[in-house]
Ligand binder design. Structure first.
Ligand SMILES: Cc1cc2nc3c(=O)[nH]c(=O)nc-3n(C[C@H](O)[C@H](O)[C@H](O)COP(=O)(O)OP(=O)(O)OC[C@H]3O[C@@H](n4cnc5c(N)ncnc54)[C@H](O)[C@@H]3O)c2cc1C
Length: 396
């Protein structure tokens, strides 16, 4: 069966699900998107879209509003204890429009994808539709508008996040680990002297970037006792004092939080599956490979998954395409997951001696000065080829 005759259900309208729906629809499939949230808005404050994610969005013709609003970064600084520079991470120039990391509001990225999905005539978007079960024969049980129903599909793409219902319906050899690491995120008014990049402190990492002309996005490790206690007791001044005591730059940013409710606190998890398909079920994004956020590749990888899945389905029958999809994506993502775990451990060293050794090592290795290696190492696919692939697939 060619992709033009495929009836696909995509479960989840996060970044991964919306991109998958668009790619499948523009490649010729009929697509139903089922999202339990009646008003999904892209929670999570800000996001860093790397060249691999940008390549997929560019191939879909969606980067215009993101580039106009967002903040392009060609390099970011990594600072150590006391704010001393450890490394400058430069973005390789992969090709036109693919030479930067774009920091944007999540709500904007989500709105751009959702608008494109709404405008696609062959996509049936059902918001407030909760999937109860999905099985390898392609049978999806859901409730929508107070009524239960069943859809029979040729393909069911599980883009339903860390606690995926689609994953629970098949055999994926799943291992899920809930991590110790928690992160707090927020948006505050931007100032000219804001830190852009990351500071690795005794409380763990603190990162920040502008996401538009007026707004600064920050993310902060929330695992150390001082920060965890402040969050547990809803004590914003204690949260602000803790960060100010280890990094004046971080302190200045969190001082602009107007209220505790402006903080979004997330516990992270890692998901490992193999294979990523079972019968007509296939997984992508966090459902297949949730990872530590330390390399900023969770959503970017979901965008690459969407492109590769659609490309493989355009070439082969469903069983062969899903096998090729797992074979191409899983090893590449596994390397990134492992790297993200290493960075999570490295950035959260709490003993002064271990931090001193880490900082000295980073300062004196090849990373010193400016290196494009760390960003290049996590792209998984060549961004230029990825963009060309999406453009060809979607007739752009
Ligand atoms: C602190 C932090 C910072 C991060 N920064 C970055 C970054 O800079 N760059 C980056 O690439 N990644 C980043 N990430 C990771 C990124 O947020 C995730 O990897 C990404 O959002 C996953 O997208 P997804 O579409 O796979 O899943 P999700 O965003 O989890 O979407 C799943 C969707 O499925 C829906 N759903 C779930 N169950 C059902 C059901 N039964 N029926 C119907 N719908 C259902 C949910 O409502 C949701 O809308 C960060 C993560 C954290 C915690």
């Amino acid at each position: 069966m060619g992709i033009a005759h495929l009836d696909a259900v995509v479960v989840g309208a996060g970044i991964g699900g919306l991109a998958t729906a668009l790619l499948l629809a523009r490649a010729g499939a009929s697509v139903t998107v089922l999202e339990r949230d009646a008003d999904p808005g892209g929670r999570g404050s800000g996001i860093l879209v790397q060249p691999n994610g940008l390549a997929v969005l560019a191939g879909l013709g969606l980067t215009g509003p993101l580039e106009r609003e967002g903040h392009a970064m060609r390099a970011t600084a990594l600072l150590g204890t006391r704010g001393s520079p450890l490394a400058k991470l430069a973005v390789p120039d992969f090709g036109p429009g693919l030479d930067h990391v774009l920091a944007v509001r999540r709500s904007l990225l989500h709105a751009v994808l959702l608008k494109a999905v709404r405008e696609e005539p062959v996509i049936d978007l059902r918001l407030g539709a909760t999937v109860k079960s999905a099985d390898p024969a392609g049978c999806v049980e859901l409730t929508w508008r107070g009524r239960g129903s069943v859809i029979e599909a040729d393909l069911v793409a599980g883009a339903d996040g860390v606690d995926s219902t689609v994953r629970a319906g098949g055999s994926f050899g799943t291992h899920k680990r809930v991590d110790r690491e928690r992160y707090a995120r927020g948006l505050v008014p931007r100032r000219g002297d804001d830190v852009v990049g990351e500071v690795w402190t005794e409380l763990g990492l603190f990162g920040a970037a502008p996401v538009d002309r007026r707004t600064c996005y920050f993310y902060a490790c929330a695992t150390s006792p001082a920060v965890a206690d402040a969050l547990r007791s809803g004590d914003l001044p204690a949260f602000q004092t803790a960060w100010a005591s280890v990094s004046p730059g971080a302190g200045r940013i969190v001082a602009r939080l107007a209220g505790f409710d402006e903080l979004l606190v997330t516990t992270t998890a890692r998901v490992d599956c193999v294979p990523w398909h079972d019968g007509r079920l296939v997984l992508l994004g966090d459902a297949a490979h949730a990872m530590a956020p330390t390399v900023g590749q969770g959503a970017n990888s979901a965008l690459v998954d969407a492109a590769v899945l659609a490309a493989e389905l355009a070439e082969d029958s469903v069983p062969v395409a899903l096998r090729h999809y797992t074979e191409r994506r899983r090893p590449a993502v596994l390397r990134v997951q492992n790297h993200a775990d290493r960075l999570a451990r490295l950035s959260s060293r709490s003993s002064p001696a271990a931090r001193h050794l880490r900082d000295w090592t980073l300062r004196t290795t090849a990373l010193a000065g400016s290196s494009t290696r760390p960003v290049r190492a996590v792209q998984q696919e060549d961004p230029v080829q990825l963009c060309a692939l999406v453009t060809k697939l979607t007739g752009g």
